[in-house]
Design a protein around this ligand. Structure first.
Ligand code: DQA
Length: 145
């Protein structure tokens, strides 16, 4: 059994009502419920967290230093935060970056990810399923497959 921490950044608390044409109708609570079910099926335990604050994201990555894997949707901080990249590099926990939307099909500023330099991989564009795919990817990584 692995311990996976799922960390969500700014504005993701508003999923369900936030730009539904981009992010769909699924709430963050729905995503958490689905992620817990997927993790449980694979025999893993997850913790799930959201904050709107960059420093709190850094603190959360530090607090997850003993986790076996990290899944991060850093929202807009993906595209701006060297501090968050440094936090991920500092703890050395296998990390997957996720996005609900296909950031590469959107504005140019969303094509840049600082976080990706510290990630095993990036999953974007599959809505809430992006999180489930990230859990499966970490499962495969941790199993060495
Ligand atoms: C997002 C994409 C980001 O560009 C945006 O700032 C978000 C959400 C996504 O999940 O698609 O807040 O991370």
């Amino acid at each position: 059994m692995a311990r996976l921490h799922i960390l969500n950044g700014p504005n993701l608390n508003l999923l369900g009502t936030r730009q539904p044409e981009v992010y769909g109708a699924t709430t963050l609570a729905d995503i958490e419920q689905m992620a817990r079910a997927v993790a449980q099926d694979l025999g893993h335990e997850i913790s799930f967290q959201q904050t709107n604050h960059e420093g709190a994201l850094v603190d959360a990555v530090h607090a997850a230093r003993d986790a076996d894997g990290l899944i991060i949707n850093a929202g807009a901080y993906t595209h701006t935060s060297v501090a968050l990249l440094d936090a991920v590099l500092s703890v050395g926990v296998p990390t997957i970056e996720v996005h609900l939307s296909n950031v590469h099909a959107r504005e140019d500023f969303r094509h840049v990810s600082y976080l990706a330099k510290g990630a095993l991989g990036v999953i974007a564009g599959f809505g809430a399923t992006s999180y489930n795919l990230a859990i499966q990817a970490l499962h495969a990584h941790l199993a060495g497959t």
